[in-house]
Design a binder for this molecule. Sequence first.
Ligand SMILES: *Cc1c(COP(=O)(O)O)cnc(C)c1O
Length: 406
Amino acid sequence: MSDVFARLGVKTIINANGPATRLSGGLMRPEVAAAMAEASARCVEIVDLQAAASKVIADATGAEAGYATSGAAAGLLLATAAAIAGLDAAAMDRLPDTRGLKNQVIVARSQRNMYDHAVRTAGARLVEVGLPDRFAGSGVRDAEPWDYAAAITDKTAAIYYVATPDSQPDLTDVVTVAHDHGVPVIVDAAAQLPPLANLKRFIADGADLVAFSGGKAIGGPQASGMLAGRRDLIMSAALQQLDMDVDRHTWSPPPSLIDLDRLAGIPRHGIGRPCKVGKEQIAGLITALEMTFAEEADGRLAARWQTLAERLATGLGDVDWADVSIVSDPAGSGVPMVHMAVDANRADADVVKLALERGEPSIHSNPDYRGTGKIVFGVTCLADDDPDRIAAAVKGLDNQVMTGAR
Ligand SMILES: *Cc1c(COP(=O)(O)O)cnc(C)c1O
């Protein structure tokens, strides 16, 4: 592979972790890269392309409308901005100054995480609810629907819900409370694919806006994502993200995305303008989404991952200082991972893991298993020949690593 990385003197790595942003995401299918190259050869009105993407994302999610974003985090920023400003052009122009506007976003304390910068960036103040003692070992509870109800005021712009298989309370219960009070629910579902059924699940549960990553399991461009939800909120998100140097007398965006009759005036560049999405990202995202659907439907996606996992497990099978097994991702996605349980009398798993990272080729495995005596390899970002390369590297570890480790 002649490549830009070699020209820049940047070493490539084997990404046996997963589509983490710090590891540059995953690998795109050639068809996705080709769609991006095709898009790069012509210009369009970006709002027309976003309207087309809206339709595809709406169909995929069951939502009224959708929007291509520069990532799930960008989707959270846009969603929050939409919840705060609605279709009020003057409010859009003011963000992140939210004085006088609804600017509180309620979140379960147990769901606070570093991505909530995106919510706060829009000008929202987070209001935490619930005492999640189930994580303290001292109780069994988390936030409950009544905690949310008690926190809703006339300043509440939205409830923000971070979806994982373990999230409490159930989204449907949160939605019931929110909608009783006329408050929208924003769901962070960035990493909840696969299964693709989750594309529809959160909208079906009543979420008003849901953010997904494009650069994770669906294999879109690393800097892409999707927002899906209510038509008016998507319209607000679009207006706050697009290049709005438009002439109100001549601008005619597709009404499916932007209904000018609902606007008192045209807002200027909004709070989402720094989250630019290029035509190449949109083309790649939509192509990846469509291909993922096709590949999931006929089992090709699962088969590819299973094949990679088996090849890796087989390649590592004769390593006598570890037990190798294929384990289904505990987070419930069903994606296989390869676990190497290292015999502590022979080596220290964390030292071996670091040696693989610093080796040639550099192999990054899952960091969540530090201290467990296991090295865990993810397969979703592996190229076809990576399992063999990983097995060779593991078997080539020198004695010093193996013994110095203890
Ligand atoms: C990955 C992730 C994000 C950010 O997604 P990007 O597409 O990289 O912006 C947000 N929230 C959660 C829970 C994530 O796992």
